[in-house]
Design a protein around this ligand. Structure first.
Ligand code: PEP
Ligand code: MN
Length: 457
């Protein structure tokens, strides 16, 4: 389908849409701002600030996702459950970028297809919560909804939803993007420099030798190809990196939604690839309404309670024309339920011939609490969900086109197990997350290697 044709069709579906038409629908998981004038003034300010990404980048990602749908690429999407303003710093950003780049190198090498790299960062500041309020010692306050809304301390002042935080989130996102872009442009992902690909504390890992052998092999291959070509291969200096976040706080997303010269339609220019969380994916809800009108590639989390019929209606709403690269379905069932819940969804989408990119979030269906009170996930369940996902897709004749993971480049102890067999006692050592537990650097790299072992070669 030509681009002009696709635009004409989607325009007819969205003639009744505006960036604020979501306001007429039930909007779950949104804060109640106490001061409507302050909110409106903040949105006006946000609308005037420069965007964080461009429509051109968004469309090039859409093209890459279309290729991933066809099995010509594999999507790696990962980062924190929630970014925080305090952790917008050099080490956290560069370590997270490093682990994602190293994982993508493992995947490219093992799966023999290019990887689409998408961070859960530069805007991942809003969180859905199981309750609107929290009560401690008889005092009830609004729940913490992420740094873009309020602050986690349990005081009235900290928990008051403050629209000015959206300006700060925009600025922090811009700083994060700027630093990631500078690192990449400055050679952080340059395959000519194997020293950038070193492992740091992970060099003691049981998987380190495999990884190091692979990096050395790639270095040799690069030198060989360049000798053969008689020139340096510039394309090995840098990589494409894209951003994503859960577009939960629609006041923020709306103010970042723009029409751009030389491209038809509306784009969310706060991120390349926004997604709708499981709790806000209702068919008649505000989030679906907002998402249907933007031209970005978008994704939806699909949990164990979604029926095949509901899923087909979500696809109709978000991708009525079956545009390639437009829609990702991120299933997050849990290792225990995936074999039961996923196949009927895969069959329905296949039967209807709908074009989607299937992605496995192996984190959110595997959250549990330990006897000593930590929210954690077991490495073996994360691994099992990914392995089952590959097998279930194969059995259904569909394709798993990517993985979605919560991870950090830090040496935290939040998920149990992995090569170093972290135990409940280890969780006390360096448990930092205020929301969901993340794979640490070593566990994340291990997952990449396990994917290759399952799928590659
Ligand atoms: C998340 O991605 O952090 C999240 C809350 O996921 P889900 O919507 O799948 O529960
Ligand atoms: Mn999470």
């Amino acid at each position: 389908m030509s681009t002009a044709h696709a635009t004409a069709i989607s325009a007819s579906h969205t003639s009744d849409w505006t960036p604020s038409s979501w306001r007429d629908k039930p909007a779950l998981q949104m804060p109640t701002y106490p001061d409507a004038d302050e909110l409106a003034a903040t949105q006006a300010e946000l609308r005037a600030l420069p965007p964080l990404v461009t429509s051109r980048e968004i469309l090039s990602l859409k093209q890459q996702l279309a290729e991933a749908q066809e099995g010509e690429r594999f999507l790696l999407q990962g980062g924190d459950c929630a970014e925080t303003f305090a952790e917008c710093n050099s080490d956290v950003i560069s370590n997270r970028l490093k682990v994602l780049l190293q994982m993508s190198l493992v995947l490219v090498h093992g799966l023999k297809v290019p990887v689409v790299r998408v961070g859960r960062f530069a805007g991942q500041y809003a969180k859905p919560r199981s309750a609107d309020t929290e009560t401690r010692d008889g005092v009830t306050l609004p729940s913490y909804r992420g740094d873009i809304v309020n602050s986690p301390e349990f005081t009235e002042q900290a928990r008051r939803p403050d629209p000015r935080r959206m300006i700060k989130a925009h600025a922090r996102s811009a700083m994060t993007m700027n630093f990631v872009r500078s690192l990449i442009d400055g050679g952080f992902a340059d395959l000519h420099h194997p020293e950038y690909w070193g492992l740091g504390w992970v060099s003691q890992s049981p998987h380190a030798a495999d990884y190091q052998k692979m990096v050395a092999g790639i270095g040799d291959a690069v030198r060989f190809m360049e000798t053969l070509a008689g020139r340096r291969m510039q394309s090995l200096n840098r990589v494409d990196f894209y951003t994503s976040h859960e577009a939960l706080l629609l006041h923020y997303e709306e103010a970042q939604t723009r029409q751009v010269p030389r491209a038809d339609g509306w784009f969310n220019l706060s991120t390349h690839f926004p997604w709708i969380g499981m709790r806000t994916a209702a068919l008649d809800g505000a989030h679906l309404e907002y998402f249907r009108g933007i031209r970005n590639p978008v994704a939806v989390k699909v949990g164990p309670s979604v029926t095949p019929d509901q899923l087909l209606r979500v696809i109709d709403a978000l991708n009525p024309d079956d545009e390639p690269g437009r829609l990702g379905l991120i299933h997050r069932m849990g290792a225990e339920h995936i074999a039961d819940k996923l196949p009927s969804l895969l069959d329905a989408v296949k039967r209807e011939g709908r074009r989607v990119l299937w992605v496995c979030d192996a984190m959110h269906g595997n959250t549990e609490s330990t006897s000593n009170g930590y929210k954690t996930r077991q490495f073996k369940n994360i691994r099992s969900e990914i392995e089952q996902a590959f097998d279930l897709h194969e059995a259904a004749g569909t394709r798993l086109g990517g993985v979605h993971l919560e991870l950090t480049g830090e040496n935290v102890t939040e998920c149990l197990g992995g090569a170093r067999q972290l135990t409940e006692v280890d969780l006390q050592r360096d448990y930092r997350t205020t929301v969901d537990p993340r794979l640490n650097y070593e566990q994340a790299l291990e997952i990449a290697m396990l994917i290759v072992r399952k799928r590659g070669q």
